[in-house]
Design a protein around this ligand. Structure first.
Ligand code: FAD
Length: 512
């Protein structure tokens, strides 16, 4: 073998940088299902099926193109379970002149890659991952010398770079950002089209059986698995999204409805993150829908911003923040995650709905992650590292480079404001305005304190009160702190006692 090309589970892209100039006649591809990767956190079963099945399909496609693929399955008898050992074994067997790999998306794996050359004694070429718009160096240049790393400005640069929704050097429609139009609460509709999943084939069924057998106590079930596991099927799902859901994407972006877990969201993050879909191509397709008059600007701009703005930005932050980011804990929050994060069994209907849907689908949309589970964790002072591991486990699209900044930075403010300009803290009023979760909840969102009151109400003030030293000078929190200061001492004491009673119940493992 001339080159041994290593392809990771989230690198399932035919035009991957490690595959450019690859020669099926002289090169061999190595793909490994590593026990290490499946168990370092206890991934949701549907997530494991998605990744392993998509890997097996990708290997087949490469083989159809004539590549020799050395594919090591999880249950192969001689699988050592460690990536480094499998690479060494392949190198011994194939004696390649060179190892070629596209840089991994997460730090832990990049660090391991850097050690390969000395470990194995063969030159290793690590190529840049050009599936991202901004290289590490480009993001660093953008961030240099800025006092605040505001996503919006980075996003505008990405618009200019990609020319998406641009007229000359001006944004289409005269504005960069149409978010103000996109904050409507949801109303139930009978007209939303049904989501059509993909029927599992033989490969997926085999993987599902393997996952059930090997990881019986991981979250969820392989039952009802309907993700795409090939590029062709993922593209078909993306086309359907653009035709049927994108036109309404903006208006329901921040809304939550019980019994409607997907609303008009894309459900594409899983495919983009493992390489089945190209983020820029999807954005171009969305732009076409706007240009052809099939979707309004606020929907299309909002969608494109999520991908070339937020997605690229959080990746930049992940690398910029450096090692140890996962242990940032600005509020010194130490409370362990309550059991209901794994069972969904709580009387708070917002949390039971979102966690229940997470267990069923390995999916929750952005506002559910940020404003239901994330907000609760923030207010209740749950340990951000434990929360990070939870998010990494339960969502099918969770990879550290994207999950970590979203959890530690955006949702928990555990980085003290490196990513976000204020913590996303909200009381029950927000949940009641943006969702129908409060209807039929045992707790009453209108009551502020006491046993029947929505716990988020007292927890909200408790959070602001206990972190006043760290937050009260934040300009974006001036209003709530002014309200808190104006409140009479008696009322403050009732809020404090109410929140503390709830937290004591939580700590004692009581029903909440
Ligand atoms: P849509 O809402 O339809 O958005 C379209 C696309 O935009 C997504 O597919 C995604 O690629 C991109 N996108 C949107 N928001 C973000 C964001 N904040 N960061 C990065 N990309 C974004 N996203 C992940 O891909 N993996 C994660 O592990 C992950 N963890 C999160 C944890 C928390 C606490 C929060 C608040 C957000 C997290 N997100 C994560 C971002 C976002 O919630 C998901 O990308 C989105 O819900 C995926 O569903 P969708 O494809 O239907 O997205």
């Amino acid at each position: 073998t001339r080159n041994l090309i290593v392809i990771l589970g989230d690198q399932l892209t035919p035009v991957l940088s490690s595959l450019t100039e690859a020669d099926p006649a002289r090169d061999t591809v190595l793909m490994v299902e590593v026990a290490e990767e499946t168990t370092y956190v206890r991934h949701h079963k549907k997530k494991l099926v998605l990744i392993l099945s998509a890997m097996r399909h990708f290997a087949e496609e490469l083989a159809e193109k004539g590549f020799k693929v050395r594919y090591i399955r999880l249950d192969d008898e001689d699988n050592t379970g460690s990536f480094g050992d499998e690479l060494a074994r392949a190198a011994r067997a194939l004696k390649p002149e060179r190892i070629i790999v596209t840089e991994a998306a997460e730090r832990r794996v990049v660090e391991a890659m850097k050690g390969w050359e000395t470990q194995i004694g063969i030159p290793v070429e690590i190529r840049q991952d050009d599936r991202f718009l901004a290289s590490h160096a480009e993001f660093q240049r953008w961030a240099e010398g800025r006092r605040e790393l505001t996503m919006e400005y980075f996003y505008r640069d990405m618009r200019r770079k990609t020319r998406l929704l641009m007229e000359g050097d001006k944004p289409v429609g005269g504005r960069w950002n149409f978010d103000a139009e996109n904050r409507k609460p949801a109303t139930a509709t009978l007209f939303r089209k049904e989501r059509k999943g993909i029927k599992p084939d033989k490969i997926t069924k085999d993987v599902a059986a393997l996952v059930e057998a090997r990881f019986p106590d991981h979250m969820g079930s392989t039952e009802g698995f309907s993700f795409a596991v090939t590029r062709k099927d993922a593209e078909a799902i993306a086309d359907t999204f653009i035709a049927d859901f994108l036109p309404f994407f903006g208006e329901t972006q921040d809304a939550m409805l019980a019994g409607d877990p997907f609303l008009n969201h894309a459900l594409l993050s899983f495919y983009i993150n493992i390489g089945l879909l190209d983020p820029l191509e999807i954005c171009r397709a969305a732009e076409r829908a706007y240009l052809e008059g099939d979707a309004p600007i606020e929907a299309v701009e909002g969608f494109i911003r999520q991908i070339i703005g937020w997605r690229e930005y959080v990746r930049g932050i992940y690398w910029l923040a450096g090692p140890g980011y996962e242990h940032r804990n600005f509020f010194e929050a130490r409370r362990p995650l309550p059991d209901f994060f794994w069972t969904g069994k709580t009387d708070m209907r917002c949390l039971s709905t979102v966690i229940g849907e997470t267990i069923d689908h390995a999916y929750a949309h952005h506002i559910q992650r940020l404003m239901i589970t994330g907000n609760f964790a923030l207010l209740a002072g749950l340990d951000p590292y434990a929360l990070h591991i939870w998010y990494l486990e339960v969502y099918a699209d969770a990879f550290e480079w994207v999950e970590l900044p979203n959890v530690v930075g955006m949702s928990q403010y555990a980085d003290g404001g490196f990513l976000a300009s204020k913590p996303y803290a909200a009381s029950g009023a927000y949940v009641s305005r943006m969702s129908d979760y409060c209807t039929g909840c045992r707790y009453d969102v209108k009551q502020k304190t006491g046993d029947k009151a929505c716990p988020l109400n007292a927890l909200y003030w408790h959070f602001l009160d206990r972190h006043a030293d760290k937050l009260s000078r934040n300009r974006r929190l001036a209003q709530p702190y002014a309200t808190w200061r104006r409140m009479d001492e008696g009322q403050k004491a009732v809020y404090r006692a109410s929140a503390e009673a709830f937290l004591a119940r939580l700590d004692a493992g009581g029903a909440v």
